[in-house]
Write a protein that binds this ligand. Structure first.
Ligand code: NAD
Length: 357
């Protein structure tokens, strides 16, 4: 099992170090190889995703990724900015399925912005299609408007598009995931207005009828889904949607759980090769202070063991260890509340290592 370790920038290096410690505490054999990515790679090699890093990522079974970005790179041309590394890895590895679980841990129920009874026991999984939709559709650009309300005015346009096979494969990923959980899928679309999402709805319905009759499927318009996520989040099990709607809904869902420092994510291709990273960014405001919460990255490593490395028991061990340290009252500042014990990044990592052993 070969794992590419790409810590990146800001708190990325601090939190990935803790996740690596936890991986090493398991009695499993891994080959771990580290490379630079993002701003750190730009500083060292002049590019956010150097050839050597991409090669390592391609030949690994999984990638453990920290975060990239810092305000100091904001003046660079877009192709050289740290964030291009994430987009490049998604594109080159064909990482089309993004998994974002939103789990509200019992001890952190009060940290949510919603009433505790709405989020207690919350465990939903948002599956976002990651390589299609309006973010990648061509043509796009700027031009002189040929028609519409202001012909002759400057305009910008993007193209929303999905092919049948793209919808089929993400639908299958969602139904397969639901089979291992609560056996319910909500497909989110905007079929009442958009042709692209009428096709989406038709194809999801067909795949369901032909292959997944054991799973309960319902369809929901994206505006209603955004509302239901804050009104009654526990009604959902697996939510599957396109790239743009998934981008927005997964961030909304992540906040239900209280802290962005707790949320892992996985992006997989059709060979189950995956990139695993926390849902948050490089947090330049707290980088180097030793206070970042490493749990999202540690939980991402657990997802890696489950989805790409076929080690579900090891994944369970890590997740149980995280619950244990929370039950012990250990908290990094982002999840701290009165009566608990404030710890730093390293202490939290050490506690998980101890609980795993
Ligand atoms: P951010 O997620 O880095 O930080 C938002 C807030 O959450 C900050 O106050 C930060 O201190 C806090 N935070 C984030 N992670 C935390 C953790 N593990 N523990 C405790 N607190 C945590 O978002 P931002 O500030 O908007 O972006 C900072 C940089 O990160 C930007 O350059 C942005 O482009 C980049 N970014 C990268 C990724 C990625 O690599 N996948 C994702 C989002 C943002």
């Amino acid at each position: 099992m070969k794992i590419a370790i790409l810590p990146g920038d800001g708190i990325g290096t601090e939190i990935v170090a803790e996740a690596v410690k936890v991986l090493k505490a398991l009695d499993l054999k891994f080959e771990l190889e580290e490379a630079k990515v993002g701003g750190a790679a730009y500083d060292a090699h002049g590019h956010p995703l150097p050839e050597a890093t991409l090669k390592l990522a391609k030949e690994s079974d999984a990638i453990l990724f920290g975060a990239v970005g810092d305000w100091k790179y904001d003046k660079l041309d877009r192709p050289l900015r740290p964030e291009q590394a994430s987009l490049g890895l998604r594109k080159h590895l064909g990482l089309f399925a993004n998994f974002r679980p939103a789990i509200c841990y019992e001890q952190l129920t009060h940290a949510s912005s919603l009433k505790p009874e709405l989020v207690a026991g919350l465990d939903i999984l948002i599956i976002r299609e990651l390589t299609g939709d309006i973010y990648f559709g061509q043509p796009r650009g700027r031009r002189v408007s040929p028609d519409g309300h202001f012909p002759g005015a400057e305009e910008a346009f993007d193209t929303m598009r999905y092919t049948r096979p793209e919808i089929e494969r993400i639908a299958r990923v969602a139904f397969e995931a639901a089979r291992k959980r609560g056996k319910r899928v909500t497909s989110v679309d905007k079929a009442n207005v958009l042709e692209t999402f009428q096709l989406w709805k038709d194809v999801v319905t067909e795949v369901h009828a032909k292959e997944y009759a054991d799973i309960a499927l319902d369809h929901m318009y994206v505006d209603n889904a955004a509302m239901q996520l804050v009104k009654e989040p526990k009604r959902f099990d697996v939510v599957v949607t396109g790239n743009m709607f998934g981008d927005i809904l997964s961030d909304e869902a992540s906040m239900l759980t209280g802290s962005i420092g707790m949320l892992p994510s996985a992006s997989l291709n059709d060979k189950k090769q995956g990139l695993y990273e926390p849902s948050h960014g490089s947090a330049p405001d707290i980088a180097g202070k030793g206070v970042a919460n490493p749990l999202a990255t540690i939980l991402s490593a657990a997802m890696m063991l489950r989805f790409s490395l076929n080690q579900p028991e090891a994944a369970d061990r890590i997740e149980a260890a995280v619950k244990k340290v929370l039950a012990q009252g250990l908290r990094t500042p982002d999840i701290y509340s009165e009566g608990t014990t404030k710890v730093g990044t390293r202490e939290m990592g050490d506690a998980v290592v101890k609980a795993v052993g």
